[in-house]
Design a protein around this ligand. Sequence first.
Ligand code: NSS
Length: 413
Amino acid sequence: MRGWVTTTRSSGKIAFVVLRDGTGSLQAVLSKKDVSEAAWDAYGKLTQETSVAVTGAVRADPRAPGGVELTASDLRVLGPSHEFPITPKEHGTAFLFEHRHLWLRSRRQVAIARVRHEAIQAIRDFFYERGFTLVDTPILTGAIGEHAGTLFATDYFDLGKAYLAQTGQLYVEAAAAALGKVYCFGPTFRAEKSKTRRHLTEFWMVEPEVAWSDSNDNMQLQEEFVAYIVGRCVERRKPELAELERDLAPLARVVAPFPRISYTEAVEKLKGLGGDIEWGRDIGGDAETLLAKQFDRPVFVYNYPRKVKAFYMKENPADPRTVLNNDLLAPEGYGEIIGGSQREDDYDKLLGRIREEQLPEGAYGWYLDLRKYGTFVHSGFGLGVERTVAWICGIPHIREAIAFPRTLYKLWP
Ligand code: NSS
């Protein structure tokens, strides 16, 4: 077996080494009388994270970590490791993030990585099983997808500025008219100057888009989707969630349907709870947490004021001050994990909104075309992977939910 040394202990003539090899952990036992002198000497030099090759016979042992033990006949050092910076003692968060490339090896970080991997596989399986087609959308874009305030721009040859995609949505809307049910899934970028535990500057978002689907259908898809992802992680990642000491009871309640309240109802509720909110303002992070605490599973808040939401959302015919959109708030203080909406399918109204937001009209000609050539009712949403994974893992900050987080302060490692 080849692996990295986690711990060693010895009682004179018998020595134990716990190794990890990337698939799991294994304890090897060396008996001085049964191994060569070189092997016994090599054991003496082992330090945390030394890479080694151990040869021996495995046998079942329920007391050993991993359930089997290796009786070693030989041990060789492959790569020494002097003073590995991350020791079993407590380290500060800043220190750990500076050593993120090494911190990834710890049990907790490995558990988080596996939950993330499961969540992503669940996302792909969910859409595959339901007949969605994956469409990869560009990362270098010419049109602003969400808000002008949070763009990363770069010079793009003779064509002026290119922006790192804030969303793939506008492109999957075009693809939905070709393929019906589609999704894109990739990294998205927001130059967020916020230091909250919910914001990254680079995060992964999955964005389905469905032709002939309205806002109600959209929320139904979201609740089935979220329940599926959570269910898959709970079912297949029990050891990892146990490693993270995750209480599974709140996750077991994540079953569709989820409660739905309108923005207007949410504002009334928040006022009753002493929240700082007026009709017409967006619901901030703290208010979201306060609101979500009133429910024991994720909750939809739908039909926000038009003024606080993106230009592409469909005006609500029953109350044109609002749009046909929704946020989905996770329980346990994790806040918004999904933003979704029915899209404005009326050419003139959409153009009006583009002008109102003072977006460069020329960049949206192709997007307006979708309303010019066979416009269609359609909806979609975006789920933030790191926020979802942080919630499922029960970890306080989303920056641990991705291997190499990018934030206002973090570009290395
Ligand atoms: O801005 S969103 O609310 N919506 C969109 O981007 C739409 N274009 C999606 C769509 O309808 N196709 O972002 C969606 C989700 C949001 O609920 C969060 O879970 C996540 O993306 N998100 C973030 N995660 C981490 N960091 C940052 N900065 C961030 N911004 C959004």
